[in-house]
Ligand binder design. Structure first.
Ligand SMILES: Nc1ncnc2c1ncn2[C@@H]1O[C@H](COP(=O)(O)OP(=O)(O)O)[C@@H](O)[C@H]1O
Ligand SMILES: [Mg+2]
Length: 315
C-alpha cells in the first residue's frame, strides 16, 4: 500500500531557529494519524510544509504521491487543509458559505456538491443558519465541510477541536471516522489525549524533533516506562500532596503526575525507580500499586526529557 504521506529529513528554519529538525514520517493511506506535542513544537509548520504552503529547507517527501517540493500547487488542489484559525462570512448562512467556497475553487455542480457535503456532515438541517450565530462545535463542522467540499483524499487538520466542548468533539470525531471509512487519510494535530487514542497511529513531536511514532500501544511500549499509582488510604488527606516534591527530586523518578486523587510515579529504568521509591512504599497512609503506563504518562515523560537537551532526550 502506498502511503498518503511519506517525508524524510524534513527541516525548516526561521532565522537562527530550527523549528522542524530532520522529521521523517509516514502516514498510511486511509489512516487517521494524530500529531501531538507541546505548543511551539513545529506541528503547524510541518502541516504547512506537507500541503505545499511552505518550502522545507531540507528534506524530501510526497503527499498523495506528489512531490512536496516540485508539485506544491497540485498538492494544494488535492488535499483539504483546516487551519488553526479558520474564518467564514458571519452574515452568510452555512449553505451560502459553502457555495462561496465552491465558487472560489471553481468546482463544478456547486449546488449538488454543497448539498451532498451538508448531508455528509449532518449540517443539512442548519443550512439556513447564519455562520455568525453558530456555536463553536457547529462552526468547526462548517470549517470541516469547507475543506472536504472538493473531495480531497487527504485531510490535514490543525487542532480542529481546540476549545470545543466534549460533546461537539465527539461528534466531530464521528465525522472524521466516517470520512476515513470512505477512504480518506487524515492527519490531525491535537492536545487531547482521548483524541490521540482514537487515531490509528500517532506521532509525538517536541521542539522540532519527532520523539515517538506508531500505534498508541507501540508508543506506550517503546517508552519502556514502569509506573505506579499511589493513593491515600484516607487517614491523612495531605499524604499525597506532600509526596510530589520529594519524589520528583529522586534520581530514577522521571514522572510524577497527579490524576484525580491519585499520583502516577514512573521511571524509564525499572531498577532505578524501584530503588528510589522503596523507602516511600512503607510510608503509612499510602497505597502503592504497579500499573500500566498511560499515553498521558508517556507524553509527560517525553516532554520532560525533551526540555533538557543534556538529558539525552532529543535523538
Ligand atoms: N513564520 C514564522 N516566522 C518565524 N517563526 C515562526 C514562524 N512560524 C512559526 N514560527 C516559530 O516556529 C516554532 C514552531 O511553531 P509552530 O509550527 O506553529 O508550532 P506548533 O504548531 O507545534 O505550536 C515556534 O517557535 C514559532 O514561534
Ligand atoms: Mg500549531
Amino acid at each position: 500500500m502506498t502511503p498518503a504521506i511519506s517525508v524524510s529529513g524534513l527541516t525548516k528554519r526561521f532565522g537562527p531557529k530550527t523549528v522542524v529538525d530532520r522529521l521523517t514520517m509516514t502516514v498510511g493511506a486511509g489512516q487517521i494519524a494524530g500529531f501531538l506535542g507541546p505548543n511551539g513544537s513545529g506541528k503547524t509548520t510541518t502541516l504547512r510544509m506537507l500541503c505545499g504552503l511552505l518550502t522545507p529547507d531540507e528534506g524530501t517527501g510526497t503527499c498523495l504521491d506528489l512531490d512536496i517540493r516540485q508539485q506544491a500547487a497540485e498538492i494544494k488542489r488535492q488535499i483539504g487543509y483546516m487551519t488553526q484559525k479558520f474564518s467564514f462570512y458571519e452574515d452568510l448562512t452555512i449553505a451560502e458559505n459553502l457555495e462561496f467556497v465552491a465558487r472560489v475553487h471553481g468546482l463544478p455542480q456547486r449546488r449538488a456538491l454543497v448539498a451532498a457535503t451538508l448531508d455528509r456532515l449532518g449540517l443539512a438541517d442548519r443550512r439556513k443558519q447564519l455562520a455568525g450565530e453558530l456555536s463553536g462545535g457547529w462552526k468547526q463542522r462548517l470549517a470541516l465541510a469547507a475543506c472536504i467540499l472538493h473531495r480531497p483524499r487527504l485531510l490535514l487538520l490543525d487542532e480542529p477541536t481546540a476549545g470545543v466542548d466534549p460533546k461537539a468533539r465527539r461528534a466531530f470525531w464521528e465525522n472524521i471516522h466516517d470520512l476515513a471509512a470512505d477512504g480518506m487519510t487524515v492527519l490531525v494535530s491535537t492536545h487531547y489525549m482521548d483524541e490521540a487514542e482514537r487515531c490509528h497511529a500517532i506521532a509525538y513531536i517536541a521542539y522540532g524533533h519527532l520523539l515517538a511514532q506508531g500505534s498508541v500501544a507501540d508508543v506506550i511500549a517503546s517508552a519502556g516506562l514502569t509506573t505506579f499509582t499511589v493513593r491515600s488510604d484516607g487517614t491523612d488527606p495531605r499524604a499525597l500532596s506532600t509526596l510530589t516534591a520529594p519524589l520528583r527530586a529522586l534520581p530514577g523518578v522521571d514522572l510524577v503526575a497527579a490524576f484525580g486523587s491519585a499520583l502516577h510515579v514512573g521511571g524509564a529504568s525499572r531498577s532505578a525507580l524501584l530503588a528510589a521509591i522503596a523507602p516511600w512504599q512503607s510510608t503509612p497512609g499510602l497505597i502503592w500499586q504497579e500499573d500500566r503506563p498511560t499515553l498521558e504518562d508517556v507524553f509527560i515523560h517525553l516532554m520532560a526529557r525533551s526540555q533538557d537537551p543534556y538529558a539525552g532526550g532529543a535523538p
